[in-house]
Design a protein around this ligand. Structure first.
Ligand SMILES: C[S@@+](CC[C@H](N)C(=O)[O-])C[C@H]1O[C@@H](n2cnc3c(N)ncnc32)[C@H](O)[C@@H]1O
Length: 237
């Protein structure tokens, strides 16, 4: 059985699924080209720990970098997109891994924050991601700006939690309703919530059992909220 076949049909598509495990191993069990968009926020390789001692697994280790993106490339459909956050301090390593996997960088997104995550030589006030192509994807019908406002998520569910409001416009621009979005480093499931809010299907993979559980519960709550809503939710904000 492949992981593709574990994603079961619901009323009008697929149920979101979050798998607990190493994304390299999990993706190796997935079929080629079953995914319509990879949207992910991998470890930044900065050995992050917050004031309360929370850590991000694999943040001090880069052995996963190349094999993970080789698998992400394989499971992504031809002529489709990947969007990956990355740390500017290790931009060279991320770009090398993406290019060696076969991706082409076709855009760069800056997420502007109203606060500084750190102040040193500069007030560090943005996050960043690359838009990457497998093959030659069609131009989006409504291109979005490459500067996106990013409000503070509060980091209650995960130490590096991304706000859903910064993710759903990306999903809307680069997929169609019913498409399957994969986040191989899904943390608390923010990408999954954004996928559900925009009527897309979702597969998340998370190594840390604690955040796997958080993501599963979060998506279950989102599904029940949408099921009890009398109106289909399209644009969430
Ligand atoms: C930067 S965090 C993602 C946070 C997420 N965007 C959110 O909003 O909650 C990266 C996540 O990748 C997970 N991770 C690290 N290595 C992994 C691997 N090999 N397979 C799957 N998940 C992994 C970490 O446990 C962490 O939760």
């Amino acid at each position: 059985m492949t992981f593709d076949s574990t994603i079961r049909c619901s009323q009008n598509g697929l149920l979101p699924s979050v798998v607990c495990g190493d994304c390299i191993q999990v993706m190796r069990q997935m079929n080629d080209q079953g995914v319509d968009l990879v949207l992910t926020d991998p470890p930044y390789l900065v050995n992050y720990h917050d004031r309360s001692g929370r850590v991000v697994l694999n943040d001090a280790d880069q052995t996963w970098l190349k094999p993970a993106f080789v698998e992400a490339y394989r499971v992504l459909r031809n002529d489709h997109f990947m969007i990956s956050f990355y740390s500017w301090t290790h931009a060279d390593k991320f770009l090398t891994a993406w290019r060696e996997a076969g991706f082409r960088a076709i855009g760069h997104l800056v997420f502007r924050k109203q606060y500084c995550s750190k102040s040193r030589f500069l007030g560090y006030q943005h996050e960043q991601a690359y838009l990457l192509a497998k093959g030659r994807p069609k131009l989006p019908a409504h291109p979005i700006p490459d500067v996106v406002e990013m409000r503070y998520s509060g980091n209650q569910l995960h130490p590096t939690q991304k706000p859903v409001s910064a993710l759903w416009p990306l999903i809307q621009a680069f997929t169609r309703e019913g498409d399957l979005v994969l986040d191989p480093f899904c943390g608390s499931g923010s990408t999954g919530v954004a996928a559900l809010l925009t009527g897309r299907n979702f597969l998340g993979i998370e190594l840390d059992p604690k955040y796997h559980c958080v993501a599963q519960n979060r998506l279950a709550r989102r599904i029940s909220a949408q099921q009890s809503s009398p109106f289909p939710i399209r644009s969430p904000f």
